[in-house]
Design a protein around this ligand. Structure first.
Ligand SMILES: [Zn+2]
Length: 193
């Protein structure tokens, strides 16, 4: 689950120590062009972005799983997305996704946001159940896939609510509505917006 961390609730500031981990980038080649065109695209293709998430996690963490689908729900504004342990769907906060589409300055930034939020949940689903570990792994994967200066790496190494504080002003839902978008991994038509 990608959620607003307690540190922000209490102090209005993020404690960055959660994301401090030793990371020797020199040990790995920067894969700057590793799927970059998917994020650079002028369109948003959820299937392509999720394929890139899977490819990146497999390459950098050596883990994978199949059979996950995507759904949208009216979640509380402090929850960006969740994957239920053992579940078959990654559920994104529809209000946050809608807001991010208009708040981001470029399609690349929006696609990078989607990459990061999907990567976080996918990383949970391949076995990183602990929240802090999932956040560290998300930071690692985004940095290794795109380089540390890429917008996806900046989002992946930080807290979404700190980067986009207006998220806290969005209406908060209760998860009562759920819209299934697709089954990832199937050959069904891509969901493109
Ligand atoms: Zn999480």
């Amino acid at each position: 689950m990608l959620f607003l961390s307690d540190e922000i609730n209490k102090t209005g500031k993020q404690n960055h120590s959660d994301f401090d981990f030793s990371f020797k980038e020199d040990k790995f080649p920067h894969v700057i062009t590793f799927g970059e065109q998917v994020l650079e695209s002028e369109r948003t293709d959820y299937n392509e972005i999720f394929k890139l998430v899977k490819k990146s996690v497999k390459k950098f963490l050596g883990k994978e799983r199949t059979g996950l689908g995507l759904a949208l729900s009216n979640l509380p504004n402090t929850i960006g997305a969740y994957w239920q342990l053992g579940g078959n769907y990654i559920v994104l906060n529809e209000t946050i996704v809608g807001y991010m589409r208009s708040a981001t300055h470029t399609t690349k930034e929006f696609n990078s946001f989607l990459f990061t939020i999907l990567a976080h949940e996918y990383i949970h689903s391949v076995g990183y159940v602990d929240e802090m570990e999932a956040r560290r792994m998300t930071a690692l994967v985004t940095r290794m896939a795109f380089g540390k200066d890429h917008i996806a790496a900046r989002i992946g190494s930080s807290d979404l609510w700190q980067l986009y504080p207006s998220l806290l002003l969005l209406p908060s839902g209760d998860g009562s509505r759920m819209k299934i978008i697709n089954k990832f991994d199937s050959d069904a038509t891509s969901y493109i917006t």
